[in-house]
Every structure is written in structure tokens, then in C-alpha cells.
Design a protein around this ligand. Structure first.
Ligand code: CAA
Length: 380
């Protein structure tokens, strides 16, 4: 496996298209979406019509059919426009990848194709009020009932929860058996017994729709079981191995935006009769930002290339996610520092980037969980 250090012509074209969309369509509305915590439905419809959603899903099922590396190249550009919008986009792939990896051909047609072709939303439902980092400790209950299952329980922090047409739900046949009893099921959102909570009023990525999803005696046909009984935990972990590079690159996009704004500002803003960029205090901040953004992108592209080559890459995926998320927080915090008092106000874009960056250290496995995965892999 060789890490391509130069993008192909096709990747450059994809990057340009995503950048154009981010600059012309996302950035002009991102402040307002953030202020009002508005889910960007129309914007996402447009992104879908341009092939910027369901990036990793097969073309024959209505997806864009990109590999992971090309998906990451697109996602970085979108995230430099607005991370909240991008999280809403990436959440679809997160929800569909379990089915793409472990679904039968019939299940892929039934559960991936309609979401991709109609441009609707899907949600990955793993976390619960009492089970976040401890994913094997989930308590959503799946009970056998003839050819069907009955699903009961609540999911929390569900991206696209209130707008999804379909949920990919992880639930247990027997909580005491932890990961050995977890199952993955595809559940259409219009199934009787499903209710969603309010759009969470979050610190950052405020436009992305995050809700609870509650299942009360929901009938799930046995045909909706993805990957077999008791295999749900493996389905979830393999999915997260694949999506952590996508999440890592969102952090890279956020950090890059903060870095670019900082460079511009450092050349414009004068103190002591000179642009502040002429002082080493600022130059060193910018130098570290540039270096760390590149390092995060390289780690992320490496994990994507490994996964594209069909190799297992839990270690590299977690390294990319851990480094990029922490880097994103540091870079955006320093960007606020470069802007000084102005950076602390909503008049300038960097405070939003800092708020958006914080979530990267929390969702899809906290930075601490990534360290745990990394340590286990290196000591194995
Ligand atoms: N691939 C395949 N199998 C895996 C695996 C992987 N990457 N990781 C673990 N497994 C298997 C193990 O081999 C083991 O199988 P056996 O019993 O056959 O040996 C089994 O799964 C259990 O593994 P562990 O003993 O390692 O399980 P654990 O309980 O110690 O948990 C963990 C491991 C890494 C902490 C895991 O719970 C985890 O990743 N937690 C974080 C959860 C997370 O990322 N949540 C994010 C939710 S999604 C989200 O945020 C989305 C959103 O909406 C934005």
C-alpha cells in the first residue's frame, strides 16, 4: 500500500467541486444556521443533487461510489465550509455503511437504495443515555416474536435523528451477554412506536440535527436483521473503523478554515505599526497550525488508503481520529488567540470554528476511547 502524495486529476476535480459548494453555498449561510440552530434541509438537498451526500455508497445503489480516500478529500472541503452541515452529510454514510458491509444484496436494495435515490436522511443509533463510550453496555432491548423482533428503548445523541427516514439500530437480545448479544437492525422511521426528541441546543455544530430516538414496542421484521444475531457489535466496530477517517477529516477541514482566516487576519491587523504576522509570536502559532494540519491529513489519508486496500486499520483509524480531533481543538483555540478580542466575538468566524471543533473530540468515540483502541492495538 502506497500513500499517494499527489491527488489524481479526478480527485482534484472532486475537491474543486466540493470547495465551490462550500464557498458559494455553505459559507454564506453557516453563521445564520449556527445562530438559529436550523437544520439545513434545502442546502442538503442541493448537496445531494450534486453527488456530495452518500459519498461512500455504491453508484448502482444511487450513491456517489467514491472510495474512502476520495470521500475524505470531499469531506475536508465541505467541513471547511461548515462542520455542522458536513456532520449531517457524513451521518448518512455512517448509517448506511453497516448495511453496505454486512447486508445481503436484497437488504442493500431495500435499505440503501431508497435513501440514496430519494435524498433522504438516515441515522446510526448506537449511543444511549446510559451507554456512550461503553457501546457493549447498551440496553435497548430486542425481543424475538415469531418471525419478528420487538424493539424497546431509547437512543441518544442521534445525528439526523429527527429528520431521518430510516434508522440503523443496535440493540441487545440479552444485556448480560454484552457484545455477544448485540444485533443490528434497519428500522424505517415511519414504523409505529417511534418518537424523536427535540433538536439539541448544542455548543457547536448547532445546525446538525441531534435528538433522542425512542422505540416503544416497535415491530421489526426478522428480514431487517443486518449481519446475523449477536454480530451487531462487530458490525458497529467495523463501521466505526471506516467512518473515523471521515470524522478525522472533518476536524482537518475545521482547522484549515481557522488557519486560513488566521493567516489573512495576521497580514491585515496592525499593532505596534506592523502587521501582527510580522511578529514571531504569531508566526510560530501559524507555523504549528500548518504543520499539525498537514500531519493530521496525512494520518487520515493513510488510514483511508489502508481501508481502501481492504486492510484492517483500527489502529490507524483511531490514530487519525485522535490526532485530528485534538489538533482541531488546538488550532481553533490558537486561531481565536490570533484574532484576540475580536476572535472572541460572533463578528468573526473563528469562535464558531472553536465551538465546532470541540465535538470532534467527543463523537464517534472520544479522544480517550481512541487512545484506548490505539494502546490495545500496539500492546496486542
Ligand atoms: N472490528 C471488528 N471487531 C471488533 C473491533 C473492530 N474494530 N473492535 C472490537 N471488536 C470485537 C472484539 O474482537 C471482541 O470480539 P470477541 O468477543 O469475538 O473477541 C468484541 O468485539 C468485543 O471487543 P472489546 O472487548 O474490545 O469490547 P469493549 O467492550 O472493551 O469495547 C471499545 C471496545 C473500543 C471501547 C468500544 O466500546 C468503542 O468503540 N466505544 C466507543 C463507541 C463509539 O465510538 N460511539 C460513537 C457512537 S456513533 C456517533 O457518535 C455517531 C454520531 O451520531 C455522530
Amino acid at each position: 500500500m502506497q500513500l499517494p502524495l499527489q491527488l489524481s486529476e479526478e480527485q482534484i476535480a472532486l475537491q474543486d467541486e466540493a470547495k465551490k459548494f462550500a464557498v458559494n453555498e455553505i459559507r454564506p449561510v453557516s453563521r445564520e444556521l449556527d445562530r438559529d440552530s436550523t437544520f439545513p434541509k434545502e442546502l442538503l438537498k442541493k448537496a445531494h443533487s450534486l453527488g456530495l451526500v452518500n459519498l461512500f455508497q455504491a453508484e448502482e445503489l444511487g450513491g456517489t461510489g467514491l472510495n474512502l480516500l476520495s470521500s475524505c478529500i470531499v469531506i475536508e472541503e465541505l467541513a471547511a465550509g461548515c462542520a455542522g452541515v458536513t456532520t449531517s452529510i457524513v451521518a448518512n454514510d455512517l448509517a448506511l455503511i453497516p448495511i453496505a458491509l454486512h447486508g445481503t444484496e436484497e437488504q442493500k436494495k431495500k435499505f440503501i437504495e431508497p435513501v440514496c435515490t430519494k435524498g433522504s436522511f438516515a441515522s446510526f443509533c448506537l449511543s444511549e443515555p446510559g451507554a456512550g463510550s461503553d457501546a457493549a453496555g447498551i440496553s435497548c432491548q430486542l425481543t424475538k416474536d415469531g418471525d419478528n423482533y420487538i424493539l424497546n428503548g431509547q437512543k441518544q445523541w442521534i445525528t439526523n435523528g429527527g429528520v431521518a427516514s430510516q434508522y440503523t439500530v443496535f440493540a441487545t437480545l440479552d444485556r448480560d451477554k454484552r457484545h455477544k448479544a448485540i444485533c443490528c437492525v434497519a428500522v424505517p422511521a415511519d414504523t409505529p412506536g417511534i418518537t424523536t426528541g427535540h433538536h439539541e441546543d448544542k455548543l457547536g455544530q448547532r445546525c446538525s440535527n441531534t435528538t433522542t430516538v425512542t422505540f416503544e414496542n416497535v415491530t421489526v421484521p426478522g428480514a431487517n436483521l443486518i449481519g446475523g444475531e449477536g454480530n451487531g457489535f462487530r458490525v458497529a466496530m467495523e463501521t466505526l473503523d471506516l467512518t473515523r477517517p471521515m470524522t478525522a477529516i472533518i476536524a482537518v477541514g475545521i482547522a484549515r478554515a481557522a488557519f486560513e482566516y488566521s493567516c489573512e487576519y495576521a497580514q491585515e491587523r496592525k499593532q505596534f505599526s506592523q502587521p501582527i504576522g510580522s511578529f514571531q509570536a504569531i508566526q510560530f502559532l501559524l507555523a504549528d497550525m500548518a504543520t499539525n494540519i498537514d500531519a493530521a491529513r496525512l494520518l487520515t489519508h493513510r488510514s483511508a488508503c489502508l481501508l481502501d486496500a481492504g486492510k484492517s486499520a483500527s489502529l490507524e483509524s483511531s490514530m487519525a481520529k485522535r490526532f485530528s480531533a485534538d489538533m482541531g481543538m488546538e488550532v481553533t483555540t490558537n486561531a481565536v488567540q490570533v484574532f484576540g478580542g475580536y476572535g472572541y466575538t460572533k463578528e468573526y468566524p473563528v469562535e464558531k470554528l472553536m465551538r465546532d471543533a470541540k465535538l470532534m473530540q467527543i463523537y464517534e468515540g472520544t479522544s480517550q476511547i481512541q487512545r484506548l483502541v490505539i494502546a490495545r492495538e500496539i500492546l496486542r
